[in-house]
Design a protein around this ligand. Sequence first.
Ligand SMILES: NC(=O)c1ccc[n+]([C@@H]2O[C@H](COP(=O)([O-])OP(=O)(O)OC[C@H]3O[C@@H](n4cnc5c(N)ncnc54)[C@H](OP(=O)(O)O)[C@@H]3O)[C@@H](O)[C@H]2O)c1
Length: 330
Amino acid sequence: MVHLRGRRGYPPPRASRRQRRRGGVTAWDPRALPSLAGRTVVVTGGNAGVGYFTSEQLAAAGVRVVIAARSAEKAQLAIDSIRSRVPGAELAHVRLDLTSLASVREAAEALAAFRPLDGLVNNAGRVVASRHRLTTEDGFEATVGGNFLGHFALTTLLFPALAEGGRVVGLGSDSTRMVRLEPDDLWSERRYRPFRAYGFSKHAVQGFHLELARRLAAAGDSRLSLLAHPGWATNSYAERRPGITDRDPRGGRIFETLTGWVGQGKDRGAWPAVRAIADPDAVNGEFFGPRREMSGPPVPTTPVASSADPAFGAALWADAEQKTGIRFPL
Ligand SMILES: NC(=O)c1ccc[n+]([C@@H]2O[C@H](COP(=O)([O-])OP(=O)(O)OC[C@H]3O[C@@H](n4cnc5c(N)ncnc54)[C@H](OP(=O)(O)O)[C@@H]3O)[C@@H](O)[C@H]2O)c1
């Protein structure tokens, strides 16, 4: 019997150099997952990309996967694709648009019906931000508003449905190493650049999940908050999944083909998030990423200091509670 519950304590212990070479604190084979039968995990954006492969790999390990996605049609395509590879897989879809707090509330209510939840993978995201500053239905800059604020609201509302020892996993990014965090302009009110806004959204996702880990540890709560990043993961270098890996526009496919060789396919890009859910030895606050940064098997890694700063996490949390009007039950 494999428990999703990991060791507690924050911050997590650092892996030695030898352990890292072996794949982390414990050796980890992403192609030989332990049985996770009987578990239920929600994957936001589980219809495409890294989220799709996360769902497929978890389903293959026996997890009942609930795909939270904005399009019922795309979610069904993903469900059919997974079922064709994992006969008998238990899968469901719940509608979720992260750029609408009303939609997040409805989704949280529908997802709570699957309780107790063993995991919530906060994967969905607007990766290529719009050329001009757009806002969510509730009036917040759309990239930070969807990628971070939508997930903050979803996690907060779903937290009571999370089982003892359950896990929340956020999708961080190496863009946080390229975009300097400016906490006083997180919502791009002063200046808007698409990649800057995307980098800010990922700083916020990392800051949120690390703050959650600190709060869980302080409260002595058995639930875990973790992070994962896929490196540079493309559909061009992933195993083919008709209608899913070939959905990018032509320009995007050419870009991915030209640059993706330094990274890996989205199937492998899913490995760090899958490890965060499946590794029984994962610890609260741990961050998994590819061993060679852009590619490779999933190993423990470290977030940039600015995302991990407790002062940033605390301010972000207060701002998110104020903007959503939702208080975290901790
Ligand atoms: N790929 C990489 O190299 C890379 C690197 C670092 C971090 N990441 C992170 O990994 C995660 C997945 O990336 P990916 O490359 O797999 O992206 P992707 O292929 O573009 O897929 C994004 C997913 O998010 C969904 N989504 C976007 N906006 C949404 C919204 N408002 N409400 C609900 N769902 C929404 C999309 O739904 P639709 O199908 O309806 O559009 C899709 O399912 C993201 O959080 C990203 O920041 C990726």
